[in-house]
Write a protein that binds this ligand. Sequence first.
Ligand SMILES: [Zn+2]
Length: 168
Amino acid sequence: MRGWTTVVVGLAIAFSFSILATDQVALPKKLYRGKVVLVTEALKRRGVKASTEELKNQVVLETENELIPILPDWRGRAFFQDERLRDRDVELIGFIRPGLPYLSVLSVYTFDDEGHRTYTDYWCDVCSIPMYELKPCDCCQEEIRLRFERQELPKEFRENKKATPISK
Ligand SMILES: [Zn+2]
């Protein structure tokens, strides 16, 4: 009996987690390349006149041919807070909800001086936990650091992958 209860509770927990997860990733994830910049600067470069007062501090991903506003959520907010993440080449994995212009960022990659791709987040050396916004550590309240880890893109986003069906 106890075994069954464990299984049922386990399934219920797994199910509720999958609902939460689905809300985040149900939309197809894509890879976006460019630089995250202040929208005021991007508009200025294009000769578009707009009041900078209202647009101040808003950021967009500037790709080869468009400006995509970044949603300041749990992951995108760092681009508003931390200028070290702006004006540099980035690869962002994320998705855009239908009917919205905002890119919801899920993963951030930058490049180091030697051109190596680095997965980018924040890290607390005291607690050994990752964080995604620039603020005191959730756990110990100490300062956290911007962390760069050399890492390839997830398989599905790598180029020149073989055009064979993915087998599991
Ligand atoms: Zn900490």
